[in-house]
Design a protein around this ligand. Structure first.
Ligand code: BGC
Length: 353
């Protein structure tokens, strides 16, 4: 009997040890540092530098590593960058495609390594993309166009978009046309030019604006620029003609330079997209995916191949009237930075009493 009890006891101890070692093994697995690969389309634009800073900060809070690489606007380099990251070992991938249409092979490569892919701000078309996190893109275009229509319901408009290789450029335009088309049909809005700036680059936008101004004898009332880097080029071209501040100019991203132009009166508005929220949400999503947590999404985008579960965040139109309560109050840019070029005695009171 004693021996039987002893045997039972030994079996119990052995089992307990097995269970314990299994628990500590999985705990070790769970506490292994997560590496999030981030492939950025082009870090030369202010917009993406900010996104990266916010992502790195959030990852740090969670104790995760970020392995980021910029493709500098080169779609082939971006595919190679991602393959390289996979070789080095990442647990999950966030990408901002340079070209939404050509990055599908990178999704396949990641899946072959059991790495899930999140498209950030720009979708990856015709791919088995896992998640998409973004702002309301059609909403951006609608907000820009509505802003102009509210101030200039009749006039000569120049449409200045980003490159067609960025699916977002097409979505912004689609949103803009939802608002503009009835005014164009009535003849109230006359489109004097319709151009797509390569690489979203300011110098290209400037050249296109110069051409349109020349072709129209400077007779332009509004420039519907799809983002702040194109707005920058447009404003430079207007300056050369002494027209800055006289022609309405839209934008997007609330870049610091754009905010400075807004308070100076040379750019009329921008669409503020709270990047800290987007960046933090993307890192949280990546982290939760690796940890096998349940993922909550609030939208669906079809990328040509599938309905991609998506997270959609809200946007805000910013101009002189609300720049303090939005961009500055959020700490997106400091009051001093935004009003840097405005003489101290002409600056508004901030914080308001
Ligand atoms: C983004 C914009 C950005 C543009 C240029 C777009 O895909 O949505 O926020 O200004 O790319 O980088």
């Amino acid at each position: 009997m004693k021996r039987f009890l002893l045997e039972r006891f030994i079996v119990f101890i052995v089992l307990a040890l097995v269970v314990l070692s299994f628990v500590s093994f999985s705990f070790a697995e769970e506490s292994k540092t997560i590496t999030i690969g981030v492939s950025v389309g082009d870090l030369r634009l202010e917009r993406w530098k900010r996104d990266m800073d916010y992502m790195v900060a959030r990852a740090k809070e969670l104790g995760a590593n970020v392995y980021a690489v910029s493709a500098d606007g080169d779609e082939q380099k971006q595919i190679a960058d991602i393959e390289n990251m996979l070789t080095k070992g990442i647990d999950v991938l966030i990408t901002i495609p340079t070209n939404s249409k050509t990055l599908a092979p990178a999704v396949e490569a990641a899946h072959a390594d059991n790495v899930k892919v999140i498209a950030y701000d720009r979708i990856i078309e015709n791919s088995d993309l896992d998640y998409y996190i973004t702002f309301d893109m059609l909403g951006v275009g609608k907000l820009q166009a509505q802003y102009l229509i509210d101030r200039m319901p009749k006039g000569r408009y120049f449409l200045l978009a980003g490159p067609k290789t960025d699916n977002n450029a097409l979505l912004f335009r689609e949103g803009q046309m939802m608002v503009l088309q009835p005014y164009i049909d009535k003849g109230d809005v006359v489109v004097v030019g319709d151009q797509w700036a390569e690489g979203w680059l300011s110098e290209n936008a400037m050249q296109l604006t110069e051409d349109v101004l020349t072709a129209n004898n400077n007779q332009i009332d509004a420039i519907l620029a799809s983002n702040d880097s194109t707005a920058n080029g447009a404003v430079q071209a207007l300056m050369e003609q002494g027209l800055a501040g006289k022609v309405l100019v839209t934008g997007q991203d609330a870049d610091l330079a754009a905010c400075q132009r807004i308070v100076a009166g040379t750019q009329t508005m921008s669409v503020y997209k709270p990047l800290p929220k987007l960046a933090a949400a993307a890192i949280d999503l990546a982290f939760n995916i690796v940890q096998g947590k349940t993922i909550e999404t609030n939208a669906v985008y079809n990328n040509g191949q599938k309905d991609v579960p998506s997270i959609n965040l809200d946007i805000i139109a910013v101009d002189q009237s609300n720049i303090l309560e939005t961009v500055v109050a959020d700490g997106f840019h400091s009051f001093e930075d935004v009003y840097k070029n405005v003489p101290v005695d002409q600056r508004p009171e901030w914080p308001k009493k």
